[in-house]
Design a binder for this molecule. Structure first.
Ligand SMILES: [Zn+2]
Length: 166
C-alpha cells in the first residue's frame, strides 16, 4: 500500500503560492489569463487541469474542482462527473505522450490520508513504470522546473485541447 499511495505525498506547488492568497488551488483558479505561468492545460466548467510542478513522475497531473471544499461529499455530481471525464481524457493524452506501463488515479481526503493541500480537494493522475518507485521520489523533490517539464506541459496542453476540446 505504501507504494501505491506514496506518489501523492510528494506535493508541492509552493512557488505558485502568492503571499496574500491562502489557497494555492483557488489562486490558480483565479489566474485565468496566466495558464502558461501556472501550468494549467485546460479549464472547463467545474474543474481545471494543472501540471504538478514537483511531480512524482513525468506527466503527473491534477484535476481540481473550482469549489474550495475538503470532502468529496460536498461536491455536486455534475462537478464529479466532469472530474472523472477529465481523468479519463488525461489517461488517453498521457498514454499517447509518455507511454507509461500503468497509472495511479485518485485522491487523498484529509491530512492523515497524505493530502499535501488537504483544504482543497484535488485528483491526481500519475503515469507509472515498473521500477520507477526507487528513483522518481528523488526527482520529485527537485525544486527546479526543468526544460522537460515545460516541454511536457506544452505537449499535454496541445493534445488535451485537440482531442478533448472545451
Ligand atoms: Zn481553494
Amino acid at each position: 500500500m505504501e507504494r501505491l499511495w506514496s506518489p501523492w505525498r510528494s506535493e508541492y506547488i509552493e512557488t505558485l503560492r502568492s503571499p496574500d492568497e491562502e489557497c494555492v488551488f483557488c489562486d490558480i483558479a483565479n489566474r485565468e489569463n496566466e495558464d502558461e505561468k501556472v501550468f494549467v492545460v485546460q479549464r472547463r466548467k467545474f474543474n481545471y487541469v494543472v501540471m504538478n510542478i514537483y511531480p512524482y513522475n513525468n506527466g503527473h497531473m491534477l484535476v481540481v474542482p473550482y469549489d474550495h471544499v475538503d470532502n468529496i461529499t460536498q461536491l455536486e455530481d455534475e462537478v464529479l462527473n466532469e472530474s472523472m471525464f477529465l481523468l479519463k481524457s488525461l489517461t488517453t493524452v498521457l498514454a499517447g505522450i509518455f507511454k507509461p506501463q500503468g497509472f495511479n488515479l485518485g485522491l487523498n481526503l484529509g491530512e492523515a490520508a497524505g493530502a499535501g493541500i488537504h483544504e482543497h480537494l484535488h485528483f491526481h493522475i500519475v503515469p507509472r513504470w515498473k521500477g520507477d518507485s526507487n528513483f522518481m521520489p528523488v526527482l520529485g523533490k527537485t525544486k527546479v522546473i526543468s526544460t522537460d517539464l515545460k516541454l511536457g506541459y506544452e505537449k499535454i496542453r496541445e493534445q488535451i485541447n485537440r482531442l478533448f476540446p472545451v
